[in-house]
Write a protein that binds this ligand. Sequence first.
Ligand code: 13P
Length: 259
Amino acid sequence: MRAALVVANWKMHGTVVEARALAAQVRDGLKRPRGIEVVLCPPFTALAAVAEALAGSAIGLGAQNCHWETSGAFTGEVSPAMLAEHGCRLVILGHSERRQQFQETDAQINLKVRAAFAHGLTPLLCVGESAQERSQGLTFNIVEGQLRAGLAGLSPEALGRCLVAYEPVWAIGTGVNATPAQASEVHGYLRGLLSELASKEIAQFIRILYGGSVKPENAGALLREPEIDGALVGGASLQAQTFLGIVKKAAFRGGNPKE
Ligand code: 13P
C-alpha cells in the first residue's frame, strides 16, 4: 500500500508569527507520525520560520507555486532554487486558483513541473474540473488534458516521483466535498492514464491525493478508498486541531475498524 500523505495548503493565510505558531502546534501534535507523511505549505514569506519550527521533526516543508526559471528578471516571482534553499521538498503546481485567477496555462505548469525536478523538488500537480464541466460530462476530458499536458515529456522514472492531486474546483472552499465514490472514480481514471504514460508498475507507486473541503468528519471515508492516497487540505489546515484530526484519519486508513 502507498504511504498516506497529507499536505496542508495554507494559501495566502498567516503572518510569520501566526505561521510559526501553527507549525509548532502541528509539530507538537505529531511527535511520531506512523504510516503517514505530512507536509506543510505556508506562504513564501513564512517558509524560513516554518522551516525552523519543523527542524528535526518528521514533517516536511513545501511551497504553493514557483517560477520555472532559476533566476532572472521576473519581478515578483520565486524560483525553485530559492525554495530548495529553504528546505522545501515539495511544490504545489497548477492549483485551480492559479489556473483561474492568474491564467496559468498547462504549458507553463509543465515548465514548472520540469523545473521543480531539476532542483530536487517533488511536484504536486493539481487537476480538477469545474461544476459546469462536471455537469456537461467533461470531467474525464478535463483531468486527462491537464494531466497529460502537465506531465508531458517526463521520463517514466520522473513520473514515478510525481505527486498528483485531484481537486474538483466545485469542492474547493465550498464545504461540499466529492463523495468517496466520485473521487475514487477519477483517481482510478488518473492512475490508468499514469500507467499508460509511465508503466503499470510505476503508476502503482504514484500517490494521488484528494483535495476539496476535506475535514476530520469526511476524511475517514475518503481515505479508506484504496485509490485515495492522501489529502490536500486548504481551510481545515489552518487550525492545528482540525488538521491533526485529518492526519489521524489518514494514519488509520484501511487499518482501524473503529475509524
Ligand atoms: P479547501 O480544503 O479549503 O476546500 O481547499 C482545498 C484546496 O484548494 C487545497 O489545495
